[in-house]
Design a protein around this ligand. Structure first.
Ligand SMILES: [Zn+2]
Length: 308
């Protein structure tokens, strides 16, 4: 047979075509298999820092002889998350050293912020700077009632600052940010509880009502996560800088410990029995965003890694 002159003839060509046709579905399948996998769904983290929320003030009302606050949302976050009411705080039991500690993972003796003034102390890198440096495209929104929070992030590390004045405004700003921008990271400073503690003391009905207002605010945030169908990929972290003495604030052991609650996808529920510190927020956030570590951190992720 002379193959060079088209020896296959029409029947041969038809046979080849048939055989080739048989492979088409397989070839398409192979091509489909070569497509890159879909990107993983983006995760979100919301830190709810509640200024002045002391464990003694909220969860030891029996000892204080005060009525328990109604906090169904905080209770839900604890029931479904990893939590402790024994988180330690900075040796200086006021806002500035603790907020900077949470943001840098270091104590005031190292980060250098020892007051509530607008200062950056020794200039340690905050979690905002670390995330911006390691993930330039990350979107970060800071919503804060206490003006000094604005002083801590590095320049250009935060995309959006929202200054609010009341618990309701802060909650509204969180919900607006979720609907409008859906940032990767929302950092919130609620200040109403602290204001109530300074005004009337940590065992007052004023303080209790302020805690209940924040609890209702968190409930609205959780409802929004459900509405936006992102509850299954959003972490919610609740912690505090310090508590209050029953009769008012001021550098005493009654102002600590504070709650530290981690709630979100894959978090193993349970009470964290090991000692933790509120300045472990920085390594925890870095872990959730797959960034870090920082040489400034005094404590690492442990024991939170047992619950993630
Ligand atoms: Zn404070």
């Amino acid at each position: 047979m002379d193959l060079a002159r088209g020896g296959l003839g029409m029947p041969g060509a038809a046979l080849l075509f048939s055989l080739w046709s048989l492979f088409i579905p397989n070839l398409l399948s192979a091509e489909q298999l070569m497509l890159p996998p879909p990107p993983p769904l983006k995760q979100h983290v919301i830190v709810l820092g509640i200024d002045g929320l002391g464990s003694h003030n909220v969860w030891r009302h029996e000892e204080l002889g005060t009525p328990p606050p109604s906090i169904p949302t905080l209770s839900k976050l604890m029931a479904d998350g990893a939590w402790t009411l024994q988180a330690q705080i900075d040796e200086i039991a006021v806002s500035g050293p603790n907020w900077m500690g949470m943001l840098t993972g270091a104590p005031s003796s190292r980060h250098g912020v020892r007051s509530n003034d607008c200062e950056r102390g020794a200039g340690l890198e905050t979690i905002f700077g670390l995330l911006r440096r390691s993930q330039p495209a990350i979107s970060i929104t800071v919503i804060h009632e206490w003006a000094t929070i604005y002083c801590y992030p590095e320049e250009n590390s935060v995309n959006t600052f929202v200054k609010t004045s009341t618990t309701a405004e802060t909650t509204g700003a969180i919900i607006s940010a979720l609907h409008r921008d859906l940032p990767d990271f929302i950092f919130v400073d609620y200040d109403g509880v602290d204001a109530a503690g300074h005004k009337a003391g940590g065992s007052s009905s004023t303080y209790r009502q302020a805690v209940e207002a924040v609890d209702q605010g968190i409930a609205s945030v959780l409802t929004t996560l459900d509405e936006l169908h992102i509850a299954d990929r959003t972490y919610v972290i609740v912690l505090a800088d310090h508590g209050h003495r029953p009769e008012g604030g001021g550098h005493s052991s009654a102002e600590y410990p504070v709650p530290f609650i981690v709630y979100g996808p894959g978090v193993r529920p349970g009470q964290i029995s090991e000692a933790v510190h509120n300045n472990q927020l920085a390594p925890l956030l870095a872990h959730l965003f797959r960034s870090g570590p920082s040489p400034d951190w005094v404590m690492g992720l442990w024991p939170f890694d047992r619950y993630l």
